[in-house]
Design a protein around this ligand. Structure first.
Ligand code: HEC
Length: 112
């Protein structure tokens, strides 16, 4: 009887409880630390990185990047040759990187 109880009642209940905890694969939030900082280091250097001699707005820190978030997006959405286009004198960012920046802003510019 005990075996039957386990097989038909407790077993499935336990299974359901365990899978429930593990399953909802919540989409990872976009953060400055994980996503935006590497992008700035790769594409906005050295001009916007004070420690690399950059003298333009500081995107090396979360506070600095956050202050310019929407303006960064506006500028990378322009095209080379447009006034204010960024990254200055470089190729336009690939669509995935522009989308990442937009996602970061849409999610409230999280730090980490
Ligand atoms: C080769 C140097 C260079 C690179 C690389 C560069 N910028 Fe700039 N950035 C500038 C210069 C010069 C200015 C000031 C002229 C202007 O406002 O258009 C500027 C200005 C800006 C401003 C306005 C705030 C300010 O500093 O005056 C934003 C926002 C900006 N850049 C975003 C970016 C982003 C985002 C990237 C990387 C995807 C980037 N830039 C890459 C040179 C650069």
């Amino acid at each position: 009887m005990k075996k039957i109880l386990f097989a038909f009642v407790l077993g499935p209940a336990l299974f359901a409880a365990c899978t429930k905890k593990a399953s909802p694969a919540k989409a990872k939030a976009t953060t400055y630390a994980a996503d935006i900082s590497p992008l700035m280091q790769a594409k906005c250097a050295p001009c916007h990185l004070p420690t690399k001699g950059g003298r333009k707005a500081d995107f090396e820190t979360y506070e600095g990047a956050k202050k310019y978030g929407t303006e960064m997006l506006a500028r990378v959405m322009l095209n080379p040759g447009d006034r204010g286009f960024m990254p200055f004198k470089h190729d336009k960012l690939p669509a995935e990187e522009i989308a990442l920046l937009k996602k970061w802003i849409d999610e409230g510019m999280l730090e980490k």
